[in-house]
Design a protein. Structure first.
Length: 379
């Protein structure tokens, strides 16, 4: 006797799909909400600094000092929103949060440049916005260094040819994301987060809804075997999850212009294994929840730490040492490595097989444990 009847399983899958798709609100939640979430997070989760407010104290008032300000604003990273004569005005603007960064150009700045001496400027940033301040400070430092190098080169050219000196020709080049756009790095990660959230939501709420309205007991005493019931509940969610993956991939590729350099086969294989983990956790949540409200709260109790420990928002290498091994137990961490590797680097099986194998093991173990507990609690 086979463990699963194909006819009964297909009927169960058909019933679940009809139940999920018959309500227009459910269809919007399944297929419109993920796209809207990707659009919203794709624009909101952005660490690039554009048009940051800048306060200028120019005590030199020369052509060179104005050229330096123009170089900062021409980059698009900064815009001058205020200026003053005294450093105290700059400090006051930073204290009240009116600007992110301030620059003070001292008197004699131009004379130092023309004489070939070391010229100094002072940068002050609002450290209460630590991440943005660090990025803005990096941009400003890079622009000022380039400004100084260009003027030094022009000064040497005017003073006549100089003997060539041996040294290091340093040229930086960013691979995989040449413009260092945070959106290129973040949007693939948002895809993984949305897939995890929807898998948890659909699986946990679908089972608990049956328990709330009393139809779960009817299904348990029906000719359906436990394996058929569990597969009938989880396979439709997997189908919907893959449709959502295709939708949000289309938005990432054609709306945000995220490069895709890898293999669809590798991405789909990893997504399948990752979905198994989400189904397993969602099924487990359904066994410990009596109402949909409890399931919803339990889902976020798992989802929020999973996002925090995934490397999506914060680099795992910068986390405390004791916390880093714990992140290895997070399926979302491994999936983000795969998604970013496939999209940005064109990584294949030879590089990503440890993460894909880990996701498969997570999925099998979590699904098996959840199925065992589901049978126990439903008996």
């Amino acid at each position: 006797m086979s463990l699963v009847s194909r006819d009964r399983l297909l009927q169960m899958i058909r019933k679940e799909l009809k139940q999920m798709l018959r309500d227009p609100r459910s269809r919007r939640m399944l297929f419109v909400a993920p796209v809207m979430q990707l659009l919203m997070f794709g624009y909101a989760v952005n660490t690039d600094v554009r048009n940051a407010e800048m306060f200028v104290v120019d005590r030199d008032r020369t052509a060179q000092s104005r050229q330096l300000i123009d170089a900062l604003t021409a980059s698009g990273h900064f815009r001058v929103t205020a200026s003053g004569e005294r450093p105290a005005e700059l400090i006051n603007a930073l204290d009240h949060g009116r600007v992110l960064i301030g620059i003070e150009i001292p008197a004699g700045f131009s004379a130092s440049i023309d004489a070939g001496r070391h010229a100094e400027v002072q940068l002050l940033v609002d450290g209460s916005r630590a991440n943005t301040a660090n990025v803005a400070l990096g941009y400003a430092t890079q622009i000022i260094n380039r400004f100084g190098l260009e003027h030094r080169t022009a000064l040497l050219a005017r003073s006549g040819p100089a003997p060539e000196l041996a040294g290091v020709d340093f040229r930086s080049r960013a691979w995989y994301n040449p413009n260092l756009e945070s959106r290129v790095y973040n949007v693939p990660a948002v895809m993984g987060t949305i897939m995890m959230m929807m898998s948890l939501l659909l699986t946990s709420l679908a089972v608990v809804r049956e328990r709330e309205i009393g139809t779960l007991e009817q299904l348990m005493v029906s000719p359906l075997k436990p394996a058929e019931l569990i597969l009938g509940k989880t396979l439709p969610v997997a189908i919907v999850a893959f449709i959502q993956l295709l939708l949000i991939m289309a938005v990432a590729l054609f709306w945000f212009g995220i490069p895709f350099r890898g293999s669809l086969v590798v991405l789909f294989a990893a997504s399948f294994c990752f979905t198994l983990s989400g189904l397993g956790v969602g099924l487990f949540i359904s066994t410990v929840s009596n109402t949909q409200q409890e399931a919803f709260m339990s889902m976020f109790f798992f989802l929020l730490p999973a996002i925090m420990l995934s490397g999506f928002m914060f680099a795992i290498e910068s986390m405390p040492g004791p916390l880093q091994p714990i992140t290895l137990l997070n399926p979302l961490r491994h999936y983000l490595v795969v998604v970013r590797g496939v999209f940005l680097k064109g990584a294949g099986w030879s590089i990503l097989w440890p993460e894909i194998l880990t996701l498969l093991l997570f999925g099998i173990v979590l699904l098996a444990l959840s199925m065992k507990r589901f049978r126990k609690t439903s008996a």
